[in-house]
Design a protein around this ligand. Sequence first.
Ligand SMILES: O=C(O)CCC(=O)C(=O)O
Length: 231
Amino acid sequence: MTTPLPGFEGLDGPADGAPRARRQLAPGAVHVPDWLDVRAQRELVAACRDWARGPAPIRHTKLPRGGVMSVQTVCIGWHWQPYAYTRTADDVNGARVAAFPDWMVELGRRAVTEAYGDAAAGDGYTPDTALINFYDEAARLGMHQDKEERSGAPVVSLSIGDACVFRFGNTENRGRPYTDVELRSGDLFVFGGPSRFAYHGVPKVYPGTCDPACGLRGGRLNITMRVTGLG
Ligand SMILES: O=C(O)CCC(=O)C(=O)O
């Protein structure tokens, strides 16, 4: 048996190195480990590097009360800033954000199909925005709901790089009950249906767990695809 990653011992899941099984955490919330192979991870990292350069470069999002998010974010399709979507990155440089590519729509469809085992659900899924978050070793994301979208379509989350603790909670409040899941490079997490508006966050990233074969030298990249429901 291999040694668990430091700090992972208390989490619910197999030891590091053991195969991890697809798991439904709650109705509509599904974790599919190792969904992206290394090549797909590298391609996504390369695409995200391009988007991070512009037209609206990656930034630490400013919060309305004067705080700044520790995570760095760049958006495609639509630009998210607390708490609305716009086509232009008005809190960055005013540029229109990069288009949401067709290949990403296809990836989102495949993700929904495979997470839910439901081709019709996948075929009907047309994401039009993605928030791309980069976490350095100090970055965290507090418990929140993704609720600026005017659509109940699922959120598709892809993780690359350092492993993290992903906290998936309930739809009522930021507190318990919640489940902590370790998300590793290549993992897919989809939340829709009754779980679409569940609170979730990232309380911890495990620096140094990134395999450079994924295309990142360090840190964690997370891509969440969404359907805005905006015209
Ligand atoms: O980084 C993650 O796994 C979650 C990202 C997230 O919750 C968000 O972008 O709203």
